[in-house]
Structures are given as structure tokens and as C-alpha cells.
Design a protein around this ligand. Structure first.
Ligand code: A3P
Length: 300
């Protein structure tokens, strides 16, 4: 039986989203004090939606004049070390980053600092179809995290239930996605909206679009020289997963194994894990909360 009204002991509802208690002070400091620069580039996602991949791709696009494939820091640092999460660092640390500053956050659009919204800084958002996201949340990632002390002893069904009720890190997941989706429609120069499934289908095509969006389009010379392909290969799941730096050790405050960020990376793996009634439940949430905004996802 599922216990109704479950509340995760390590999460707090802050400004209508579920924030990990451990990062709440940083989130508040970021909101209150952060001054965005027009050249800043902010990567945003919900956990388990392709954040690691986006960090590697965006880092490679933006720094390609400094590093080539043989000396990129991505060979010796995990993408989460190369591109910091704002909520895991105290915000003044960002002052040390060179322009364009590249950093990441899971914070929902309404709760971003005003200077991020008002300045000309740009946002790249990645999301993933909710069925694969919940599968990853409930079955793999949370089981991994369940070994840490602040995780409740919930069954998989209870994790699923709380996800559907919106109680998921930085969620409700539908509000997170539709918040950035609406902004991308209203301000296409401000927010670039990416889907994990589109990246899987045509990573090079999406790389070109992202490079144009941030004002660093690939030159003909680069295209002919195979730079786009090189970046796609470097950032592929296989390459990143096989790098020594990504095989062992922990990240994000020491609670998550590096290797748990690199798993299968398939679209549609949910068919192996979700029951028909779970799929029905999620589909009705998608129908109610996301379709009205014209949002569609490739599910397999
Ligand atoms: P799966 O659990 O379906 O394999 P995040 O980075 O937001 O935590 O998302 C993790 C998901 O992205 C995992 O999905 C992981 O395998 C996948 N992933 C990580 N790096 C990737 C890459 N370079 N290419 C494709 N998928 C990747």
C-alpha cells in the first residue's frame, strides 16, 4: 500500500518547488545576490534529463577555440566539474570564471534571479520525456542515492507516486518543463529549448543550432574539418563513460557515484520498467499538464 501524503525528509517546498534542504541556502543567496552578465550562459534541466550530456556539449562548443579534442578538460574532469551547478557552489565563486561564464542550475524559471531574467544572458534548457525520466528517477538513480543517509526508505511505487504528485527534486516536473517552454516561445533569443530525444536523433544538427544560439556558429572550415563530429564523439555516452575520470569517485557533495551519471542513455527504456497502469497515470498527467502548451515528446 502507498502511504498518502509522503514528504521527503530532505526536501523543502520553496517558492512552489521541491528544493533539497542542503542547497536551499545557496539557492536563496543566488536569488538575492547574483548579478548576471549579458554574456553568461546558463544550462538548466531537471535532474536525470540529460544534464551531464548538455554540460559536455555546451562546454565543448563554447571553449573550442581554447581546447581541441586532445587537450580538452573533459578528458580529465567530469562534466559536472567542468560546468558548476550554481546551487552547489556559493555564488561569488562564479566571479573567477572567464567570459562567457558557463554554469548550470536545476532551479525553475520563476525562481531564477531577476538579473538572469532581465539581462541578455542566455539559457539552454534540456528536458526528457517524462516516462524515461520517472523510470530513471525511481528505479536507478534513487536506488543509488538510497544508500545515502537522508533518503527515505520508500518502495519504488512510493517513489513513483510522489513523482506523480509533483514531489520530485526541483519539481513538479511538469511546471519545470512548461515554465522554460513558455519562455522559449516568448523569448527565443533568451531560452533555447532542447529535448534529450532530439539530441539522440541528431546530435550534430542540434550542436549546430546551439552554437548559433550562443553566437558561436561553426564556420565552414570547422564543418569541413569535422569539428562538429569530433565534439559529438567526444561527448557521446560511450566516450564519456569509458574515461577513467568518470569511472570512480563521487560528485555533487559526495553523495552520488560518478558512474551513475552514465548508464544506458536509451529512449524508451521505460517499457522495461513501468507497468501499464503507471504508463496510463503518467500519460494522463502529460495530457493535462503539458499538452495544453503544445508540448509533445518522443516516447520511444
Ligand atoms: P539513463 O539512466 O536513461 O541511461 P543527467 O545527466 O541529467 O543526470 O541524466 C542522466 C541520463 O543521461 C542517464 O540516462 C545517462 O545514461 C544519460 N547520459 C549521460 N551522459 C550521456 C551522453 N553523453 N549521451 C547520452 N546520454 C547520456
Amino acid at each position: 500500500p502507498i502511504t498518502k501524503g509522503l514528504v521527503h525528509p530532505a526536501h523543502r517546498l520553496y517558492q512552489n518547488f521541491w528544493c533539497p534542504i542542503t542547497v536551499l541556502p545557496n539557492v536563496i543567496a543566488f536569488r538575492q545576490h547574483f548579478k548576471a552578465k549579458d554574456k553568461d550562459i546558463v544550462l538548466v534541466s531537471q535532474p536525470k534529463s540529460g544534464t551531464t550530456w548538455l554540460k559536455a556539449l555546451a562546454f565543448s562548443i563554447i571553449n573550442r577555440s581554447h581546447f581541441n579534442i586532445s587537450n580538452t578538460p573533459l578528458l580529465t574532469s567530469n562534466p559536472h566539474e567542468a560546468v558548476p551547478f550554481i546551487e552547489l557552489k556559493l555564488w561569488p565563486d562564479l566571479d573567477g570564471l572567464a567570459d562567457p561564464r558557463l554554469f548550470a542550475t536545476h532551479i525553475p524559471y520563476p525562481s531564477l534571479p531577476e538579473s538572469v531574467k532581465q539581462s541578455d544572458c542566455q539559457i539552454i534548457y534540456i528536458c526528457r520525456n517524462p516516462l524515461d525520466t520517472v523510470e530513471e528517477h525511481s528505479w536507478h538513480f534513487l536506488l543509488e542515492m538510497a544508500r545515502s543517509e537522508d533518503q527515505p526508505d520508500w518502495s519504488l511505487e512510493e517513489h513513483f507516486e510522489t513523482f506523480c504528485q509533483g514531489q520530485v527534486l526541483f519539481g513538479p516536473f511538469w511546471d519545470h518543463i512548461t515554465g522554460y517552454w513558455k519562455e522559449s516561445l516568448e523569448r527565443p533569443r533568451k531560452v533555447f529549448f532542447l529535448k534529450y530525444e532530439d539530441l539522440k536523433e541528431d546530435v550534430e544538427g542540434q550542436l549546430k543550432k546551439v552554437a548559433e544560439f550562443v553566437g558561436l556558429p561553426f564556420t565552414e572550415e570547422e564543418e569541413e574539418g569535422g569539428v562538429i563530429e569530433e565534439i559529438a564523439n567526444l561527448c557521446s555516452l560511450k566516450t564519456l563513460k569509458d574515461l577513467e575520470v568518470n569511472k570512480s569517485g563521487k560528485l555533487l557533495g559526495g553523495i552520488i557515484e560518478k558512474r551513475s551519471f552514465f548508464r544506458k542513455g536509451e529512449v524508451g527504456d521505460w517499457v522495461n520498467h513501468l507497468t501499464p497502469s503507471m504508463v496510463d497515470r503518467l500519460n494522463s498527467i502529460i495530457q493535462e499538464k503539458m499538452r495544453p502548451f503544445g508540448l509533445e515528446f518522443k516516447m520511444c
